[in-house]
Structures are given as structure tokens and as C-alpha cells.
Design a protein around this ligand. Structure first.
Ligand code: PEP
Length: 256
């Protein structure tokens, strides 16, 4: 059984003061929901504040990015050694990092390996651009990204990775993908993981959908047994995030 996972990617929003205020608003609601892993991913500058705010709760903390070296002369970067003990998760290869900051599959792969080395669970994002989908290239793009970003991991650690399928054209667009289209790609990712590792790994890895998830559409995705959660951007900045987690518990048939 894969435990559903909803992660909120706050992106470049909520510095420490706002983060503390927002967590105070959502934490009581998040407390009441079980059987769904709830992860908050604030910007780096707010990680310690949120860490303290959620201390003693089941809510988990994730970073939005990291470099692969443990320390050194890498101005502006954060290392896996710094995140260890603070975070349980780290988002890697988000399309905004790939698009605006030139991250390649090879770089993401180094980061994924480093995260696992430091006992962080990577949430690795893959997804196609609109013109790639329209050109019928989705399968090829996703295959290249999954093989390039997730290749060569230790067999006994590969199942700790979470994959987020995020069609780039649906991110922040206000219009999500159709659940069926997402399901086709989620199945492709699972079959690639089976080829790259084995059936046990492929069945254990959790695969999320991301892209304009709201409380109004989450059930469409999460009622599919093969979709294990969501990576939520805009809606994770609002109290609606609690409703998304609650709807996930309901869609997965967990008692509240
Ligand atoms: C994201 O950036 O990971 C994301 C899914 O954003 P949004 O929910 O705002 O589309």
C-alpha cells in the first residue's frame, strides 16, 4: 500500500513571519487528517521557522531545492548536509528550476543521489511543455527525464523517491490536465521504473500529479488508484490546502 502524499510547494512566497502566521492557520486542520502524508515546502529562509511550528505534529517539512555537494564554495546554495535533520523531503528538478535555472537531467540525477545519501526523500518533478504534448512527444520527453533524473540509484533506496508528474502547461495555469491524460503518463513512469529497477520498486514509488490542483479537481486525480498524491503550488498558499488534504483522505477511502 502506498501512502498518499500531498506536498505544498510555496515557491518564492512566505518569509519567516508570514510562514509562521500561515502555519498557525492550517496546522489545526492538518492535524485532524491522518493516513495522508502532509508536507510543507517553504522557501529555504523559512525552513527553520516552519520546522519549529510543526514540531510534535505529523506534518513533514520539505525543501524546494538543494545542491549536490555537502559543503564548500558554492555561493547561494544549500547542501544536503544542511537539510539533513531539518527536512524529510526535498523537491528536485521542478520545471521552474529546469526552465529558469537551466537544470538538466544529469544535474537532477546528481542531486537525487546526494539527497538519498543524506537520508532525504527526493520529490522529483518531470513534465512536458505544451508544444511537446501537441507534437506527440510526451512519451519521449517523460522517458528521457525519468531515465536521466532517476537512473542508477541504489536498488535498496530507489523506492524512497517520489515522482511528481507536472505537465508544464498546467502549472499555475488555472487549468489542470485531464485526469485520464495524467493517468497515462503515471502508468508510463511506473513502467519505466520497472524497466530501470524492478516491479517491487515500481509498485512502491509514489507518483503525484501536479498542475493547478485545487479542492475542486483533486478528487478526479486521487480517485485513480495509480495516482498517489499531488504537488500543489498556488493552492498550498491558502487555507484550501487543508481541504485538498481532506479530499485526498476521502478519495483514498481513509476514515477521517
Ligand atoms: C507546482 O509548481 O509544482 C504546481 C503544481 O503549481 P500550481 O499548483 O500552482 O499549478
Amino acid at each position: 500500500m502506498r501512502k498518499p502524499i500531498i506536498a505544498g510547494n510555496w515557491k518564492m512566497n512566505y518569509g519567516p513571519t508570514e510562514a509562521e502566521e500561515f502555519v498557525a492557520v492550517i496546522l489545526p486542520g492538518l492535524h485532524e487528517i491522518h493516513d495522508v502524508e502532509r508536507v510543507l515546502c517553504p522557501p529555504a529562509v523559512s525552513l527553520t521557522t516552519v520546522h519549529s511550528a510543526i514540531d510534535g505534529s505529523e506534518v513533514k517539512l520539505g525543501a524546494q531545492n538543494m545542491y549536490y555537494e555537502p559543503k564548500g564554495a558554492y555561493t547561494g546554495e544549500i547542501s544536503p548536509a544542511m537539510l539533513r535533520g531539518l527536512c524529510e523531503y526535498v523537491i528536485l528538478g521542478h520545471s521552474e528550476r529546469r526552465g529558469y535555472f537551466g537544470e538538466t537531467d544529469a544535474l537532477v540525477n546528481k542531486k537525487v543521489r546526494a539527497a538519498l545519501d543524506f537520508n532525504l526523500k527526493p520529490i522529483v518533478c518531470v513534465g512536458e511543455r505544451l508544444e511537446q504534448r501537441e507534437a506527440g512527444e510526451t512519451e519521449q520527453v517523460i522517458t528521457t527525464q525519468v531515465q536521466g533524473s532517476l537512473g542508477g540509484l541504489p536498488l535498496n533506496r530507489a523506492a524512497e523517491v517520489v515522482v511528481a508528474y507536472e505537465p508544464i502547461w498546467a502549472i499555475g495555469a488555472g487549468k489542470a490536465a485531464h485526469a485520464h491524460d495524467a493517468l497515462v503518463v503515471v502508468r508510463l513512469i511506473r513502467s519505466l521504473l520497472e524497466q530501470m529497477y524492478n516491479a517491487d520498486v515500481a509498485q512502491a514509488v509514489r507518483i503525484q500529479y501536479g498542475g493547478s490542483v485545487t479542492v475542486a479537481n483533486i478528487a478526479e486525480f486521487l480517485s485513480q488508484p495509480e495516482i498517489d498524491g499531488a504537488l500543489v503550488g498556488g493552492a498550498s498558499l491558502k487555507p484550501e490546502f487543508v481541504d485538498i488534504v481532506r479530499a485526498t483522505a476521502e478519495a483514498k477511502g481513509h476514515a477521517l
